[in-house]
Write a protein that binds this ligand. Structure first.
Ligand code: PFF
Length: 441
């Protein structure tokens, strides 16, 4: 074990930290609106299928690369094989910059809503009013930039604290609370009059709505939500003890992440139908329907701000993993010290995020390929960089260094699981991802 790099203190701590990376805005903000936009039930089935086949296998592969190399993404590909593979690591670090830049903007929204829900916002469940409040907020550059800055400052502060003290401690105590609150909210949403239509929309597949875009959306959501394809879990794996069995750890992370996404779906979509909102309303969905649910709850005035505070914290544990990936690169490869590296990288990411913060307000009319800056960054990262990273990881583990990886994950045992895993990474995962990417274009 390398003292200099630090290591997770326990298996439980690691699972919670990795789940902390996976569980975030992707589950509670992105999943329900993408599902709503992609037709509900059929999307759900595609999503679940991808998470537990491609997603799970790539996750085990990513953790194995990190743990075998004990390095950041760039250093890991360089030491295990080198050559052109090193660029896969660079692509991951690039994705880290891109994702965190807009992730922090949305994280800022959750901080702002923690504050806003303390005020009169929750007095009405009128989605017209709540929608107007939301659009006023996201179009105000001073507020969106200030909250984006605040979110980055907190992220930087946690990453500066180092691996065990900062990340692990925060994750350990926050995730369970969020889970309990989600269950309570779900119960409230499901008992609203008219909520059942949302449940039907979410679980009954309408296959006529499935096209290349839906399949692509399910794949991108799977990678984004599981934090796969850019080396965040690779980096966390590099801090994991050799004693832990990776498939078990990955199954825990995958299942926890999926449960939270499902809970969010059973919360947001029924609420959307109960309040007569549009499931395809897009990124604002959560920020309009959640306050409506709170306004209909006894004690909602307290529940609301506490929930948004926890959502901000879930977003922070994901943001921390994004920044950690970039910082680990600077520490390992450029011999930087943790504190200045974190500060410098954090500042750069803040500036890249400013156009995203403006993209729903003053810069709303600036569009490329029909998308504003934030949507474009999200598309670039989730629909291209992460799936490409996924293909590269699958081929790397499946073909380039397969024996070493089999040893790392299964201790060289030729179990059925080992064979299935290798087969997934060698053929199914790359072929499926390539096919989905091509048909998406
Ligand atoms: N998985 C996080 C979420 O669902 O909010 C987002 C994320 C974190 C994506 C880390 C990618 C990543 F490397």
């Amino acid at each position: 074990m390398s003292k200099h790099r630090g290591e997770f203190g326990s298996r439980f701590g690691f699972i919670l930290a990795a789940a902390g990376s996976a569980i975030g805005l992707g589950n509670i903000w992105r999943f329900p609106y993408v599902a709503g936009d992609s037709g509900g039930g059929a999307f759900l089935i595609l999503y679940l299928g991808m998470v537990f086949t491609i997603g799970f296998s790539v996750m085990v592969g990513e953790l194995a690369i990190g743990r075998a190399a004990r390095r950041n993404p760039v250093g890991a590909f360089a030491t295990l094989k080198g050559g052109a593979w090193t660029y896969v690591g660079y692509m991951g670090v690039l994705a880290g910059f891109v994702i965190l830049s807009y992730y922090s903007v949305i994280g800022g929204w959750t901080l702002a809503y923690t504050w806003a829900t303390l005020g009169p916002l929750l007095d009405s469940s009128d989605t017209g009013k709540l929608g107007a409040y939301f659009s006023d907020f996201i179009s105000d550059p001073t507020q969106t930039i200030a909250y984006h800055a605040l979110f980055m400052v907190i992220t930087i502060a946690i990453v500066m604290g180092g691996i065990e003290k900062g990340i692990e401690r925060a994750a350990k105590f926050l995730m369970p609370v969020l889970f309990v609150m989600l269950v309570a909210l779900c119960i409230r949403a499901l008992t609203l009059p008219g909520a059942w239509a949302g449940v039907e929309f979410f679980v009954i597949p309408d296959w006529s709505r499935v096209n290349a875009d839906t399949v692509n959306a399910a794949l991108s959501q799977a990678f984004f939500s599981l934090s796969l394809g850019m080396g965040a879990l690779l980096t966390y794996g590099s801090y994991l003890s050799r004693r832990e069995r990776l498939p078990g750890v990955a199954m825990w992370v995958t299942s926890l992440d999926t449960s939270i996404a499902l809970l969010a779906g059973f919360l947001i979509l029924p609420a959307v139908f109960a309040f007569g909102y549009d499931p395809a309303a897009g990124p604002g969905l959560t920020f309009v329907t959640l306050p409506a649910v709170f306004s209909k709850m006894p004690g909602g005035g307290l529940f609301g701000p506490v929930f948004f505070a926890l959502l901000s914290l879930a977003a922070l544990t994901s943001a921390v993993s994004l920044l950690e990936t970039v910082v680990a690169y600077a520490i390992d490869e450029k011999s930087a010290a943790r504190k200045p590296a974190t500060l410098a990288m954090g500042l750069v990411i803040f500036f890249i995020g400013v156009p995203s913060a403006l993209s729903m307000g003053p810069w709303a009319d600036i569009k490329l390929f029909g998308k504003n800056f934030l949507d474009l960054m999200d598309y670039l990262a989730s629909n291209l960089l992460l799936p490409f990273g996924g293909i590269a990881i699958a081929i790397f583990v499946g073909w380039a260094v397969s024996q070493k990886m089999l040893d790392e994950v299964f201790g060289g045992r030729q179990t059925l699981l080992a064979k299935a895993w290798l087969w997934m990474l060698r053929t199914v995962a790359p072929a499926a991802i390539i096919w989905i990417l091509i048909s998406g274009l």
